[in-house]
Structure formats: structure tokens, C-alpha cells
Ligand binder design. Sequence first.
Ligand SMILES: *Cc1c(COP(=O)(O)O)cnc(C)c1O
Length: 334
Amino acid sequence: MSFQWPQRLQLATRPTPLQPLARLSKTLGGPRIWIKRDDLTGNMLSGNKVRKLEFILAEAIDKGCDSIVTCGGIQSNHCRATAFAGAQLGLKVHLVLRGEPMALDGNSLLDKLAGADITYHPQAHFSEKLDDYLQSAADQLKADGYHKPCIIPTGGSNGTGVWGYFSAAEELKRDCERLGLSPRFITSATGSGGTQAGLSLGCAYFDMPASVLSFAVCDSEAWFQQKVTADIDDFYERYEHRLSAKPEVSIHTNDAYIGEGYAKAGPEVLATIHRVAREEGILLDPVYTGKAFHGLINEISAGTLGKEGDIIFVHTGGSFGVFPFRDAFNQVVT
Ligand SMILES: *Cc1c(COP(=O)(O)O)cnc(C)c1O
């Protein structure tokens, strides 16, 4: 299926490898698990967010923006990737973070090293007040002499950000052709919905037989249904003229593995991270990929995903997120 690219920067290292998890697949006794190494999209730009930023920042620069405001949790991978991409492109970055200021660690330490300004806002009522926080950060940038701040939503999940995983779906299709795979499922973590939106739309558009199954790390299945639909609608509104078809997209979310909430990982998730590091030499993170992968192997063990064929897990990054969990890991790493 052909389409016309919008503007795009080259920020990510692409294509990323698609590798088998041979030992783990064997011990689980289920389908073969493959891992799409989007943790290798870069060093500081590591993870899924840089794929979205290639399109979002291209558009921002085209509009004449000289500075960026975005938001997330204290340990947001999206904010860290934006801070480093901004430094690389000469754009000032201001981050609006959810939570109380604490000692710099993991991603928040990296944000500061990349020269981002940070304001912290209490968790309570954060989402209702977010627009005001973003606007006052933009006003502050103007007061500091920047002419045109651009506001990027949580996780870079909007119609423009959808291009990131729409194009990753095309990349995956080529990976599968090369390796002779016909995966039954393409799985990943979902948080702000943009990765799920891009993968779900892209797999439908590029006619992949796989169904996209996303493991929620926060919020309910119903929330993701609504959010992913909204991101895809926004994408169509802005870019439908670039596509040659408008496929039916089905959205599948599993919300059974959130545990106590966003950025809270129970000992079972940390044990899975330990297991995958030990058995496969791959590092997952407590907030997103560890939780989602824990869900995936549980579903495989329960037999709900069948016993045969191939399943792809998209490793969306997040490695720096292990460090703020050092104390909790002390309990499970023996
Ligand atoms: C943001 C993030 C996700 C979720 O992606 P969304 O597009 O926000 O749903 C998954 N994994 C990691 C490591 C992330 O940083």
C-alpha cells in the first residue's frame, strides 16, 4: 500500500533489529517470541518516543518553533527523548512534570543534563490543570526571549505522532518478509496510546495478518479504546489525503496487568525483568516494557495466545527507568 510521507527528521537509528527470544520461548513452551528492538533507536533518544518525534519536531521546525514545551511523569521517557532531541536540534525544551521535586535520578537527571528547564506540579488535579501548566511554561519561554514555543502533548500521542508507529508497522512488515514470519500477534506496552494507534492503523493499512495487542500500564481498556480512536481520527483529519485507503482498524487492549497503577511495579514485574535480563541478555523497564512483557508471558502460559506460530513484542525502551527502582530490585535480585 503506498502513501505520501509528511516531513520527517532523521533522529532514530532505523531499522531496528527483530530478534528471536529462543531460550525464553522454549521454556515457556508456547509460540516463538520475537523482540523488535526499539530500545535501540538511539542512546539518549532510546525507545519509541523518538519515532514520533521525527514527525512532530519536523512539523514544529517547519512552523518556525524555536522552543518546545511537553509533559509527563517525573521519569517520563518521552520528556527525556524530547530534551535530548531538542539539544540536538538547537531547540529550547521546557518540561512540565507530574509530581513533587525529588533528587535527580534516571530520566530526570538526563533531562537536566540536556539543559531542559523543569517545573514540577502536584499529582492531584494534574490532568485538569495540565493545559494551564503548559500554557504558563510557553509564556515563560516567551518572557525568556523565545519567539515561538510549540506544545507537544503527553507521550507525543496525537495525529502527527501516529506516523511514528504507522511507519514502524511498515518496517515490521519488511522485517517479517525478510525472515519469512507471519506473526499472529504484535504486542507492546501502551501508555498514552500513540504507539498502539500507529501500530493498529499501520498493520491494517499494510495488510499484515497479525492482530495488535497492547498491554495497558495505566488506565482501562475503555480509555484506550477512546484515546486510540481519537488519535487515529486526528491522523485521518490531517493526513487522509496522503493515504490510498482508509482501512477498518480494530483496537485490542489488555488491562489486566496494570497492578497498583502507573509507574508502580510489583515484585512479579521486577522478577520478570530479572528473568529476561538473565535468560536473554535484554533489559526491560519497570514502568512499561517489564509490565507488558510480564502480561505477555502470563497470557502465553495460560494458553490464551495459542501454542504455535510467532508473536512479536515491540521493546519500546525505557531502560533508564530501572535506576529509580534500585531499592525494590534489591528485594528480588539475589
Ligand atoms: C511511552 C512509552 C510506552 C507507551 O507508548 P505510548 O505511545 O505512550 O502508549 C511504552 N514503553 C516505553 C518505554 C515508553 O516510554
